[in-house]
Design a binder for this molecule. Structure first.
Ligand SMILES: [Zn+2]
Length: 630
């Protein structure tokens, strides 16, 4: 059955050039002033107790799952015996999946309230082990189903109409059947699994254990050991000399690993080519997209359309150069803000009000449910000692959604609430409408509900900005978001495609090859006004997501889809809103491209991408006008 019965915490928007959010954010220098959890009022905490009143109820479910696993024994080897056997096995898998999800999510939500609490560390450890046993116990189902032909399954569904709900599941599985090998061959591939993981493991060791970013000395003479968080703060800071030094230091630190990085990334590409060949696909891109049945034209169209429309991005870079007043704009000048210090603080109360006002175009029902969620223990608002960092939305099929925040009264927190609650309502609606096996969302569609909220809220904030400075801050926030979540991800996708194709066509990989390929594409996207520093071309070899093979393009496609949907909704198109609400209530009962098509977005064509680029261009123009008028 499906791999997991619940969705994993989602990283917030992937921010980009320095893949920072994939790394632990080490922004807070100390823990001074952070309250203990018990000092925070209950109304600002999520209610995990809605899942299990107390540990004894959790323990009872734990026992139930544990004893339920033996139930699989009678089905193994007999799924093709009769429709009843098949149906009962799938139903067992679903019901155990629901319990497994609840046990797991409860333990880790409780742990994230305060990661120092050993009783929840223990619960987490126990359910992780049982979850692995659950996966293992049901691991026979898919391989066994694949030995049956669709005709037989079809006749089972006729005999037993209750099996009909599994139709899409069966069809989706059978679709890839021609790429499944004989059981002996599959056995050999399964044995190679640890080897297939090696490139990523080595990269993680370099990135998280051995590699150190280096130290710099700040203007007061204090030595600072760089972390990703501190590096980012320096790059965002106005001290240009400090930015230059920090950038040099970090690039030098990577140079010491450069040959290892090239070999590791090269091995990752070779691993992919091996799997592509043994599974008889024409390319690694084709194999990867086939998992979600995404047509290749989605990928090609994304890259072609962006390549034909790079002018607005070049203009943004030129504007930066002009406003900053530099003769030469370097890579380390890309993160500093163009807007003078302007900081508006929003209390949580104000934030809720503004988000609700901003999201009005989504209609009464959506707002009602949104507000109900805010007032019903969905959100854990404030930071406390030991609490999980960042923000995410999580939950199970039978629970309400849970949103973790570390609210800090900034504009960023305002958008985070809209974003994560977008995920929350998406889960809330699809849990109501979909059967268990389709309640999750694919990566391809998951970010649409969250990003659409941000776009609609942004429109409201831009319209209601109270000063020129506020408007500029918002415009820059928006431009950077599109740059980071859309353009940069397309650039990454183009690089990925180039290096995979190069290897497929018999090309050799090397440090020089990776650096030159990355430099050329980076320069092409950013245009003639950016000078790429001598060592600022190594990113292609050190981005975690590239080890997940053709993953990042989905950030760009879902961003473009969300933009298009938000525009239609903002235009007051009633049908568009209706289709969007249906989209929100859909999990994975259809292929992602079809789900989006039903919502009114054809991601196989250029329109969503073109609309996003047009919006970007308009925002840059508006920013230019405002800056000139200052
Ligand atoms: Zn998200």
């Amino acid at each position: 059955m499906k791999k997991s019965s619940f969705c994993k915490p989602r990283l917030m928007l992937l921010v980009v050039m320095f893949w920072l959010l994939a790394c632990p954010l080490i922004l807070a220098a100390g823990t001074d002033g952070i309250p203990q959890r018990e000092d925070i009022e209950d109304k600002y905490k999520w209610q995990v107790e809605d899942m299990y009143e107390d540990i004894s109820v959790w323990e009872a479910d734990f026992k139930l799952l544990e004893s339920g696993l033996v139930g699989y024994e009678k089905y193994e080897g007999h799924l093709g015996d009769s429709p009843e056997m098949l149906l009962n096995c799938l139903k067992l898998s679903d019901s155990l999946g629901v319990i497994d999800g609840n046990l797991y999510v409860y333990a880790y939500l409780k742990l994230d309230e305060d990661n120092r609490r050993s009783e929840y560390q223990e619960l987490g450890g126990r359910i992780s082990a049982l979850d692995a046993r659950f996966e293992e116990a049901g691991a026979f189902i898919e391989p066994e189903l694949l030995t049956l032909d669709l005709g037989k399954i079809e006749s089972f569904m006729k005999e037993k109409p209750e099996l009909e709900v599994y139709r899409f599941y069966f069809e989706n599985m059978m679709r890839q059947k021609e790429h499944i090998l004989s059981s002996e061959e599959e056995g050999i591939i399964a044995q190679a699994a640890p080897l297939i993981q090696t490139p990523l493991k080595v990269f993680n060791m370099i990135d998280n254990a051995d590699h150190k970013l280096g130290t710099v000395v700040d203007s007061s003479g204090k030595k600072i050991e760089l972390t990703y968080g501190r590096y980012l703060r320096i790059l965002k800071g106005t001290d240009r000399e400090m930015r230059r030094i920090a950038n040099d230091t970090v690039q030098q630190s990577w140079l010491r690993y450069i040959n290892t990085l090239a070999a590791t990334f090269g091995s990752s590409l070779e691993k992919d080519l091996f799997l592509t060949k043994v599974r008889e696909y024409n390319s690694t891109l084709e194999r990867t997209l086939d998992d979600d049945n995404i047509p290749q034209e989605v990928y090609n169209n994304l890259i072609e359309t962006v390549n034909a429309n790079l002018a607005p991005l070049h203009k943004w870079i030129s504007l930066r150069k002009k406003v900053l007043g530099y003769d030469t704009l370097f890579t380390y000048d890309l993160s500093v803000s163009l807007v003078p210090e302007f900081e508006k603080k929003y209390s949580y109360q104000e934030t809720k009000k503004m988000v609700l006002k901003g999201l009005k175009p989504l209609g009464k029902q959506y707002l009602k449910d949104f507000e109900m969620g805010l007032n019903s223990g969905w959100v854990d608002v404030f930071e406390n000692e030991g609490k999980g960092s960042g923000a995410y939305q999580w939950g199970t099929y039978t629970s309400h959604p849970y949103v973790l925040m570390n609210f800090d009264s900034t504009l960023s927190s305002l958008f985070t609430l809209a974003h994560e609650m977008g995920h929350a309502l998406n889960s809330y609606y699809s849990n109501q409408k979909e059967p268990y096996l389709y309640h999750n969302h694919s990566t391809f569609t998951a970010e649409v509900a969250s990003t659409c909220n941000e776009a609609i809220l942004m429109k409201y904030l831009l319209t209601n900005a109270e000063s020129k400075e506020e408007k500029l801050v918002l415009l820059e926030h928006y431009i950077r978001q599109i740059d980071g979540t859309f353009f940069t991800q397309v650039m990454f996708s183009e690089f990925e495609q180039a290096v995979h194709e190069h290897l497929q066509n018999g090309g050799a990989t090397s440090v020089d090859y990776f650096r030159k390929t990355y430099r050329d594409i980076f320069q092409k996207y950013h245009g003639p006004d950016l000078t790429v520093g001598i060592n600022n071309d190594m990113s292609g070899m050190k981005i975690y997501h590239f080890y997940r093979t053709f993953y990042v393009y989905q950030y760009a496609t879902s961003y473009a889809a969300a933009q298009m949907l938000s525009q239609k909704i903002l235009e007051g198109d009633k049908k568009a809103l209706e289709a969007y609400m249906t989209f929100l209530a859909t999990g994975s009962s259809k292929y992602p491209v079809d789900i989006l098509k039903d919502a009114g977005v054809d991601v196989t064509g250029p329109e969503p991408v073109e609309r996003t680029i047009r919006l970007f261009g308009e925002l840059v123009d508006e920013m230019e006008r405002f800056l000139e008028a200052k």
